[in-house]
Design a binder for this molecule. Structure first.
Ligand code: CUA
Length: 340
């Protein structure tokens, strides 16, 4: 009766609290499938070992327990070649069963598609606490939402701008560390259209748990339209004062279209993104927590430290933004959507 809640808790833990899209146990696509098969194989072997060892242990504990009134010393055994051979050979065989497919899979997945003309190349740069995606073949940069075409090899070059992070899209595959000054490579494949959650999987600071991103897999035609929309001239705010404020206060770090800088997340089409990526914005409305709405943008612009502690964005007070300017910028950004 006591073991049941424990097992339920464990199952919940393993399934990522029921978030199927954040689970490596719900593989989507060939990379995640191969990794999942390895997980199944190793867990089966480990379970078999635990069951057999515990069965023997419990049997021995019961059969050879000290009985009442028995003061004699049991028979002392020293060395047993047969037993020693058995407990050397069995682990050896188990290690081979585990090791051969592991090495085959690991080397199989380590294939480098960075020179493949049919692959889409994305340079991923991790920052405290956001992700930058650079489409090197197209000269397009975005942040927090990785857009990819379905059924194509996506070849990733992974680096970090600051500390060590780790790039992981649990249901698609991974994970791979991002390091400063060192490029790691991996590839992933998205078999169908959809939104997949990604996470930073290396403890990197106070907002590590909020360092999420989205991968959005779209048809190849949509992907081409997205690239074209990203390269189009930036949409500007209708209000001239808001546009001037945005240029002076925001574009010193952020970019939209071909304007601005690259020290902070690129905001091109930010209003059309599915989410901010993992940030708990609106605690009063859990369904609206991560959506890029005017309210959520205002919360963020007003006091970013409250939302994502340790990030480098200045508050509206530091930035000397008036409530009207905050409102205007939030409305401009929420309305900045790309058609693709
Ligand atoms: Cu970045 Cu954890």
């Amino acid at each position: 009766k006591r073991i049941l809640p424990l097992l339920t808790g464990l199952a919940l833990l393993l399934s990522g609290c029921g978030r199927a899209d954040l689970s490596a146990l719900n593989p989507q696509g060939p990379v995640a499938q191969k990794q999942y098969d390895l997980i199944k194989l190793s867990i089966s072997i480990m379970t078999l070992v635990v069951v057999v060892v515990f069965a023997i242990l419990i049997y021995v504990l019961i059969k050879y327990r000290r009985r009442k009134g028995d003061k004699s010393i049991p028979k002392q055994v020293e060395g047993n070649h047969t037993l020693e051979i058995i407990w050397t050979v069995i682990p050896l065989v188990l290690l081979l069963i585990l090791g051969v497919p592991t090495i085959q899979t690991v080397f199989g997945l380590a294939k480098d598609y960075s020179h493949d003309k049919n692959a889409v190349h994305v340079k991923v740069t991790s920052h405290l606490y956001w992700w930058e995606f650079e489409y090197t073949d197209y000269g397009v940069t975005t942040a927090q939402e990785l857009v990819v075409p379905t059924n194509k090899k996506i070849s990733f070059d992974l680096v970090s701008a600051d500390v060590k992070h780790s790039f992981w899209i649990p249901s698609i595959g991974g994970k791979m560390d991002t390091n400063p000054g060192l490029t790691n490579r991996m590839y992933l494949e998205f078999p169908k259209e959809g939104i997949y959650r990604g996470k930073c999987a290396e403890l990197c600071g106070p907002s590590h748990s909020l360092m999420d991103f989205k991968a959005k897999s779209v048809s190849p035609e949509s992907f081409d339209r997205w690239i074209a929309a990203m390269k189009a001239p930036a949409q500007v705010a209708a209000d001239a004062h808001i546009q001037e404020t945005f240029r002076a206060k925001c574009l010193t770090c952020h970019a939209v279209g071909d304007q601005g800088a690259h020290a902070a997340p690129n905001l091109t089409g930010v209003g059309g993104r599915e989410t901010f990526g993992g940030i708990l914005y609106n605690d009063s409305d859990p369904n609206n927590r991560e959506q890029v709405t005017v309210d959520n943008l205002k919360t963020w612009i007003t006091d970013p430290q409250k939302v994502k502690p340790g990030n480098t964005m200045p508050s509206a007070k530091d930035n000397q933004l008036t409530p009207e300017e905050i409102d205007g910028i939030a409305k401009y950004l929420a309305g900045y959507k790309l058609n693709y």
